[in-house]
Every structure is written in C-alpha cells, then in structure tokens.
Design a protein. Structure first.
Length: 456
C-alpha cells in the first residue's frame, strides 16, 4: 500500500504532466502529428469541404465569380432602379431567377407601400417586393465594424419622432404612525417622478459615383467592393454621429470651432456624447492641462458622473460593461503605453471577449479608441485654426444613458448624371439618438464625462 509521501509524489507528477500537455510546444507537436496523418489519407483529403457559396448558386456563373446572396440582391436592386430611369436594360433572367430563389418576397417599406397595389411585372412598380437581404447585411456589418455605435441599445421608430418614458427618481420611503382611530388622517403620499426623452429621426445619405455602364456584366463584379465601401462609411459615420453630434449650425460648433460648418455636415443632426460634457453639462469635464491623461484622471471622471439629486451613480454601474472609456487613437495609445495600472489586451487571456477598438481596461471597464474622435485645442473644441488641434480627449460613458432609434434602415437608389457621363448610387437611411436627462434641460446629463487638453 502506497504511503502518503508516494501518493503526493504521484499527484505532483500528474499535475506537472497536465501542465506540459497544454504548453504551446506540446500543442504544436500534437497538431503537426495529426495534420500529417490527415494529409496522408487521400480518401479523407478527397472528402474535405471548405466554405462554399449559397447552395442555390452552386454551378451558376455567379458562384464562379465569388458572389454571394447579399451581392446579388444589391446588384439586382441597383439594376432595377437603373432600368426604371432608362439607364439600364435591367437584370438578366438568370439574375432575376437567382434572386427569386434566394430571397422570399418581403413587404415593401413605408416609402414603397404604394407599390403593393401596382403591377408587379413592371420594373419599379412592385418589383421592390423582392427580398432585400443586403440591406440588413449592410446595417449589421456596419454595427460590427463600428466602435461606439453597437454598444447602445436600438429600437424601431414607428413615427418620425418617438418619445421614450424614463424614470426620474424613486418614491420616498416615509415613517408612518399607527392608525388608532376610525377617523385617522390619510398617510402622506409619495410621488414617483417621470419624464420622457424624444428621439427624432434625421435622414442621412451616401453617394457613390459609378463611371461604368449600368449593365449586369459591368457592375456585378464590383458589387463586393461597393458594398464594402458602404459598410466602412456606415461604420465610421455611425460612430461619428453619436460622438460628435452638435446641432449648433454656427462658428461655435464643437467640430468646427471658428467657422460655420456646411449645412450638410452629418454631425448637425443631433447632439451627441462629446456635446453632453463639452456644452450641456460643463461640470462633467476636466482638463489635463497638456499632461498625459493619468490613471487618477480617468478614475476621477467617474466621480463627475454622480447624480445626487436623483440618486443615480452612473460611474459605478452594476454591470461593468455598461461603462466604457473611449478616446482618440493618439490619446488612447499614449495611455496604454504610459499607465502601468492598465491591463492591455495582450494580457486578457485566450477566453476574453475583445470589442472593436479595445486596447486595454481601466479597472473593470474597457478603454476603446475611435478615429471618429478628432484631436482638439486646449479648450476641448476641434478648432478650424491651423495648428490648434494638438491634444486628445477621453470620454467616460454609461451606455444605459443613450438609445439609437431607426426609422428606416438602408435604402438604395440610382440616378444618371448626363453632364459627367456618370451614374450615382445613393444610399439613404433615417435614424436618431436619444439622450437621457431627468430634468427639462440637457444640463442634467450625468452619464457622460470628459477629460480634455490631454497630452499625446
């Protein structure tokens, strides 16, 4: 019978062996050994199958061109729109049949409801009922590629302006005396405060110029490129809308301080996150006076997010993922390399979930970088005076304070421009951003704080 010493030795040897079995060298050795065996098995190699296109496209010319479902549907819609304007012969029978096989008919959107009673055989008068999977794919890809935009909850707007009811404060607990008579006075009542936040949808558009012919053979090979560019644009400007929004159409706009921005600038649609601390509630911003944003400065932003009036501590959420930090790339990278207390992504471990733009953690909260945040001057504004924008900005945001509403997701149309012998592909959508504040004025926003004038 083994002694205790022998048992402990055996256990120690097994534990050590377990550690060796999961080392990088051991894993590589096992993978190479098994891969060589599989590669030598000709029957197994013959049966191996890699990622394929949609089964409905197998053997078609579209499959051989590497086009997928979203590419075909986007190309089909562009060609249909071009034909309705006399710019194209429209989609071929093969393309129309392929799209019909891939996509079940779907209802038209609000802007196209009138087509339901029209002749579906006529281009532009009912053919919009064809499925439009690429629209959802464009939107979803944009959310995945964006940094800040996908962190906020979204809802569908049933009208151009939506009102969201919000709680303001909790009812007060009162000390009550015992009722000893049949005509005792009523207890004092407590009121529960409430308010509402409005979300107004604004219309946004992206224009892509196409110099080629609006015919199937010419445009289909370029659909993946066009769709990719549209996705990149949606991702960047969705972030920029939420971060840089400022309805001030004058020289005091936070994105163009010193000059009146063009009336078509996207950031004029609604007020966003930077505006909340820079303009709405200036008590929620602090200056680094040109120094690199420190660990203490970042943590102190959370102190500014305390709403004593309505008993809401935005800087200490129950779920640590509700609070995040986001900065321009220069400021974020300077912090990541200069603050010892930061836990950078390379130290998270293999099971960690890493968001787009995430480079480190400040305490329990993610530090993100977004190129949509411009460098600013010493006062926190993006200045139009040359050489003024030399400093970074860091935002602390509780994502429960904002919500994105969309009235209509992506819609695609085409138009001919004879003067330049070009065609224009136009993407439009309607969305809005609602910001929570308990009182009647935006100065009550406490869920955003900002450090500005940060050395980079």
């Amino acid at each position: 019978m083994a002694t205790n010493e022998e048992l402990l030795k055996a256990i120690a040897e097994k534990v050590e062996a377990l550690g060796q079995s999961v080392t990088d060298a051991k894993i590589e050795e096992k993978v190479r050994a098994n891969f060589d065996k599989l590669a030598g098995d000709k029957e197994f190699a013959r049966k191996m199958r890699f990622a394929q296109t949609d089964p409905a496209l197998m053997g078609s010319k579209f499959s051989r061109s590497g086009l997928g479902k979203e590419d075909l549907e986007m190309g089909y819609q562009i060609l249909v729109a071009a034909k309705s304007r006399g710019m194209s012969h429209g989609p071929s029978v093969d393309l129309a049949n392929a799209v019909a096989d891939l996509s079940p008919a779907q209802p038209a959107d609000d802007d196209g409801k009138h087509t339901r009673a029209m002749d579906t055989a006529e281009s532009g008068y009912g053919s919009q009922l064809i499925g439009a999977q690429y629209v959802g794919s464009l939107w979803e890809a944009a959310r995945k590629a964006a940094v800040v935009f996908p962190l906020f909850n979204t809802f569908e707007m049933n009208a151009p302006t939506a009102y969201l009811p919000v709680e303001v404060d909790m009812p007060e607990m009162l000390l009550l005396s015992e009722s000893t008579a049949n005509n005792s006075s009523n207890f004092t009542s407590s009121k529960t405060g409430s308010n509402r936040v409005s979300v107004t949808a604004s219309k946004f558009g992206i224009h892509q110029m196409w110099s080629g012919e609006m015919e199937e053979d010419a445009i289909l090979p370029y659909i993946p490129f066009l769709r990719g560019q549209a996705q990149k644009s949606l991702a960047h400007y969705s972030d920029s809308l939420l971060l840089n929004g400022d309805t001030t159409n004058s020289s005091s706009n936070i994105n163009a301080y010193g000059a009146d921005p063009a009336d078509t600038k996207h950031f004029l649609a609604f007020d966003g996150l930077i505006h909340a601390a820079q303009v709405d509630n200036t008590g929620n911003r602090a200056s680094s006076a040109g120094a690199v944003c420190s660990w203490e400065a970042a943590l102190n932003l959370r102190k500014l997010m305390l709403d004593r009036t309505y008993l809401h501590n935005w800087g200490q959420p129950e779920d640590p993922d509700d609070l995040f930090y986001v900065a321009d790339p220069e400021c974020a990278l300077k912090m990541a390399t200069g603050i010892d207390e930061l836990v950078t992504v390379d130290k998270y471990g293999p099971q960690a979930v890493v968001l787009n733009g995430e480079i480190a953690k400040l305490g329990r909260h993610r530090l993100l970088q977004s190129i949509a945040i411009e460098l600013s001057d010493t006062s926190g504004y993006n200045n139009t005076t040359g050489g003024s924008n030399l400093y970074g900005r860091l935002l602390a945001v509780n994502r429960r304070g904002g919500v994105v509403g969309w009235r209509r997701q992506m819609k695609i149309e085409t138009e001919r421009i004879p003067a330049t012998d070009q065609n224009r592909i136009v993407y439009t959508m309607r969305m809005g951003f609602g910001r929570f504040y308990p009182a009647a004025a935006a100065s009550g926003i406490e869920w955003v704080a900002m450090q500005y004038y940060c050395g980079i």
